[in-house]
Write a protein that binds this ligand. Structure first.
Ligand SMILES: Cc1cc2nc3c(=O)[nH]c(=O)nc-3n(C[C@H](O)[C@H](O)[C@H](O)COP(=O)(O)O)c2cc1C
Length: 176
């Protein structure tokens, strides 16, 4: 997205959202840079960290996220090699879902978000992948899930705590 209102910043962003000035009109989105597409040899390729939102849709990732992944993952450029530009990069995925697919739950085998993205990012990029999983998010709005509301609230609280801890760890690592 291009926007004149986007804040200008001189600091090192975790993910580069700014469009570089030298990009020709119509060139691909800056998220290409986040995943290390080697377009600008004078700039360091790859992101310091990558944050992905992956709500569960029909047991897997949304089609929009899949479409984006299919555009930005390029084997031989940023993927498929152990020493690619994102090797060792911390990836954090927020994988929210209306139900629960935790080990031991009836739908455990229907989980195709974490299982998929872990293999994709670790396997294709050599990234370090962490998940934050707010689950049972539909419990407060579905009468048939009323008894699960306390578990949903606990999951939400844990997700916020996980996010705060990971953000702090990451900031400390990037500043070091
Ligand atoms: C099209 C669609 C499909 C969904 N499919 C599932 C599903 O298969 N399993 C599930 O647990 N929740 C499912 N949900 C619920 C979402 O995962 C849940 O509302 C989640 O919290 C949405 O993410 P957000 O809170 O980050 O917006 C679905 C929601 C939508 C809109």
């Amino acid at each position: 997205m291009r926007s004149a209102a986007r804040p200008r910043s001189g600091h090192r962003d975790a993910i580069r959202w700014r469009k570089p000035r030298e990009d020709p009109p119509g060139s691909r989105d800056v998220m290409d840079d986040a995943l290390g597409r080697p377009r600008h040899p004078h700039r360091r390729e790859g992101a310091d960290a990558v944050l992905i939102g992956a709500p569960m849709y029909n047991f897997t990732i949304p089609s929009t996220l899949k479409a984006w992944l299919d555009q930005v993952i390029i084997v031989g450029h940023n993927a498929g090699s152990p020493d690619g530009p994102l090797s060792g990069t911390p990836f954090t995925v927020v994988a929210s879902r209306g139900g629960s697919y935790a080990p031991g739950t009836p739908r455990e085998d229907f989980e195709f978000v974490q299982n998929y993205l872990e293999k994709l990012f670790a396997g294709m990029f050599g990234a370090k992948v962490d998940f934050i999983v707010p689950e049972l998010t539909l419990a407060p709005s579905k009468p048939e899930m009323a008894e699960l509301v306390p578990l949903a609230e606990a999951s939400r609280t844990k997700a916020f705590a996980d996010a705060a801890r990971k953000a702090k760890d990451l900031a400390a690592r990037l500043a070091a």
